[in-house]
Design a protein around this ligand. Structure first.
Ligand SMILES: Cc1cc2nc3c(=O)[nH]c(=O)nc-3n(C[C@H](O)[C@H](O)[C@H](O)COP(=O)(O)OP(=O)(O)OC[C@H]3O[C@@H](n4cnc5c(N)ncnc54)[C@H](O)[C@@H]3O)c2cc1C
Length: 421
């Protein structure tokens, strides 16, 4: 089957990889000059099944109200007249209850855990490297309230069979010696030994290269996708800045821009951009630097070691599609880093970046068929954890498109969950 994958972020490229592995003839189209130049460029570097949690939780509305008064709030809503944003917030709020939280979290855990296994197999199969590390993650708690909240997450981790352990401040310092001097800041920590780290941009570019050279995938870069041509039941072409392209099937993996392409076809995809920021610094004192990923629950910032660099990532802003770099957001990243790993990296050399997470209101990606169109497929909406979930999502979609039985249940990951519940 001839397949066109729309978008060459980490999700589009992994999808293309698994489709080509399954024997399909694959073409990937992207407006950028190379793979992973938009949201997959400089994310926080966590491959973190154990950290998979939806934003929509019962306490979120109160927290957001409280954060409105704070300059360094982890989540910010920039008021604007934007019906897509208002509808998305309404759907997010509808998920802010314990029942939906548990369902959403278990779906996220399922795809994320499977994805980590797929990445492991891919690494063994291809020998791909990407400043990767397999040393786990520690979520740091500064308050008893955070510890209490984590108790429920730990019960869900038990159910999902994900290894985890609660650490005292001394144990935190033994795992991450760079935190030794600051152990008084913590009440405890949750260690997820199965979580991993790595540079998503490096991975995606290297996988794209392998897909091209070893599996014959064709990449059309610097090509803007303009519209899909459709009959009542089928897609029969994609209009691009380089002309019309046709295939037997089409996959939409355009990150936050996916709903804009689908809207004229009447497909309502509940994906909205949540803007995040990162800073990448050179390590200046390895003894004080993180060894793996440390997540600061108070500021909602993750700090990850990527080879001889440190990546600090986080914050969420609902602000439409603007990519302006905010000074306040940078200060928040710097604050968390300074409090935890202070002298281990040179903030003045930090490369500051922003990206738009393609987020769904329930935190779970949308993987599966697109409404009434027989040959249109979706693999998008991976929000906070697209790097974590990419390989598993690509594999699941490829299996479904190839008519194979998927290795994990996946019907509840498709767009239908928004129309049937
Ligand atoms: C600050 C931050 C930190 C993060 N940290 C983590 C983390 O630690 N772990 C994790 O798992 N995830 C993390 N994420 C989330 C993760 O980065 C995203 O979920 C993931 O990159 C989304 O990948 P994607 O392929 O869906 O989208 P993208 O990478 O955005 O790819 C979409 C592609 O579509 C192309 N495109 C869009 N519109 C068009 C058009 N009209 N024509 C042609 N091409 C088009 C774009 O050029 C782009 O290449 C983070 C995100 C941010 C912002």
């Amino acid at each position: 089957m001839k397949v066109i994958v729309l978008g060459a972020g980490v999700v589009g490229v992994t999808t293309a990889w698994y489709l080509a592995k399954a024997g399909h003839e694959v073409t990937v189209v992207d407006r950028q000059p190379a793979a992973a130049m938009e949201t997959s460029f400089a994310n926080a570097g966590q491959i973190s099944p154990g950290f998979s949690s939806p934003w929509a939780e019962p306490a979120l509305p109160v927290k957001v109200l409280r954060w409105m008064a704070s300059r360094h709030a982890p989540m910010v809503v920039r008021p604007r007249i934007d019906f897509a944003m208002m509808r998305w917030i309404e759907q997010l709020l509808a998920n802010c209850n314990m029942h939906d939280y548990d369902i959403n979290k278990s779906r996220m855990l399922r795809i994320a855990q499977y994805s980590r296994d797929c990445l492991d197999a891919l690494r063994k199969d291809t020998g791909i490297t990407y400043d990767d590390g397999q040393r786990g993650l520690i979520q740091l708690f500064r308050t008893q309230k955070q510890v209490d909240h984590a108790a429920r997450d730990m019960a869900l981790l038990d159910q999902a069979g994900i290894a985890h352990e609660f650490l005292s401040p001394d144990e935190i310092a033994r795992n991450e010696p760079g935190l030794s001097e600051n152990r008084h800041l913590f009440t405890g920590g949750l260690r997820l030994p199965g979580d991993e780290t790595g540079d998503c941009h490096m991975f995606t570019q290297r996988l794209a290269q392998k897909a091209e050279q070893e599996l014959g995938v064709t990449f059309h870069y610097e090509t803007t996708i303009e519209a899909l041509d459709a009959s009542a039941t089928d897609i029969f072409g994609v209009r691009t800045s380089a002309g019309r392209m046709t295939a037997d099937a089409y996959v939409v993996s355009m990150g936050s821009y996916s709903p804009l392409l689908l809207r004229p076809l009447g497909v309502r995809l509940p994906v909205y951009p949540t803007k995040g920021y990162s800073l990448t610094l050179p390590v200046t004192d390895a003894a004080r630097a993180p060894l793996s990923t440390v997540c600061d629950s108070t500021h909602k910032v993750s700090i990850t070691r990527l080879g001889d660099r440190i990546r600090i990532g986080g914050t969420a802003e609902l602000a439409g599609y603007n990519l302006r770099l905010s000074r306040d957001r940078r200060e928040l990243l710097e604050l968390s880093f300074s409090e935890l790993f202070g002298a281990s990296g040179d903030l003045s050399q930090g490369a500051y970046w922003t990206g738009l997470r393609p987020s769904t209101p329930d935190g779970t990606p949308v993987i599966g068929p697109a409404g009434r169109f027989s040959n249109l497929w979706l693999n998008t909406g991976h929000g906070t954890l697209g790097w974590t979930m990419a390989c598993g999502s690509g594999r699941v979609l490829s299996d479904r498109m190839s008519g194979k039985r998927t290795e994990i249940p996946c019907l509840d990951l498709s767009l239908d969950r928004y129309t049937t519940t």
